[in-house]
Design a protein around this ligand. Structure first.
Ligand SMILES: [Zn+2]
Length: 295
């Protein structure tokens, strides 16, 4: 098993992978279809996505398990297959990554709100435990809790993953720029509030994913660094703000546009750089080259 913290000591800057969701849709995943079921029914498509990022030069890849919590799987009547689908996701990425590259087990939000009393802490925590244990069984090196917006859910997920697996945990939140120019999650959480809460819950790497492109992500990294000089930061930035055009969602930032700003992202304090929605292996290859040039 590999350690992200050890890998960072070794290499300083690590490159992570790009989009999974938008990539799966490109390969034929239909709206209303369960992406995690593809770990069984379309194993080769999932493998090829994972492998394409390794071939692009990524040090880290994630797993096709973002919506793999029992609560999300319940939408498809698949909640009883949570362990099976997550273990398969991890095994596919592990196989693509080999022993030398890192695999982070992706865990996304459940879509239910603790604050509203929609669910008990115990049920929520249990789901995260089942998912994290299955990802570990499938061979991940660490857990990545991502696209979070609520502190309570993120902290429960971190604690459940830490307690059940002992693995390193990465936690990233998604921020939007408000009309007054501040960054907040959908639930009103600021980058500074996130930093304190997720570190206390046990995350060893913090950061941000998704969002509205590379420039805003650089701002967010600076804001995190203004309150925390040490904790490693991972960013998975979208290829810009999605535009809906002719019935299709388009992500405007090209590999060239994003790669040109990788140095600035690193100078602002990011330690691990990858992409989210709309990014492709070409984006990741551009990031790898940009890091190679500046190191
Ligand atoms: Zn995204």
């Amino acid at each position: 098993m590999n350690s992200i913290l050890a890998a960072l000591k070794n290499k300083n800057i690590l490159i992570s992978d790009g989009a999974w969701g938008t990539f799966l849709h490109e390969r034929g995943l239909q709206p209303g279809e369960c992406p995690e079921l593809w770990n069984i029914t379309h194993r080769n498509d999932v493998f090829e996505i994972a492998k394409s990022y390794i071939d692009a030069g990524a040090d880290i890849i994630l797993t096709n398990s973002f919506g793999g919590s029992p609560l999300k799987l319940e939408h498809y009547g698949l909640q009883n297959r949570c362990a099976e689908l997550n273990e398969a996701a991890a095994a596919i990425s592990r196989f693509a990554a080999g022993a030398e590259h890192l695999v982070l087990g992706s865990i996304g939000p459940t879509g239910v709100m603790l604050m509203m009393g929609e669910i008990s802490e115990e049920t929520l925590s249990d789901g995260f435990r089942i998912q994290a244990e299955a990802l570990q069984k499938g061979g991940v090196d660490a857990i990545c809790i991502e696209t979070m917006s609520a502190l309570d859910e993120a902290c429960l997920a971190i604690q459940a993953a830490r307690a059940s697996t002992g693995l390193e945990v990465v936690c990233t939140f998604t921020f939007e720029k408000t009309v007054t120019g501040e960054y907040r999650t959908m639930m009103g959480v600021s980058p500074a509030e996130m930093v304190h809460a997720v570190k206390e819950a046990g995350a060893s790497v913090i950061g941000s994913n998704c969002g509205n492109g590379f420039d805003q992500m650089i701002d967010i990294v600076r804001e995190i660094r203004s309150v925390d000089a040490i904790t490693p930061i991972l960013v998975h930035a979208n290829a810009g703000k999605p535009i809906f055009q002719d019935g299709k969602t388009i992500f405007p930032e090209t590999p060239e546009m994003m790669s040109a700003k990788v140095r600035e992202m690193i100078r602002s304090g990011a330690n691990i750089v990858g992409g989210c929605c709309g990014t492709t292996p070409a984006h990741i290859q551009g990031f790898v080259e940009a890091v190679r040039i500046c190191s």
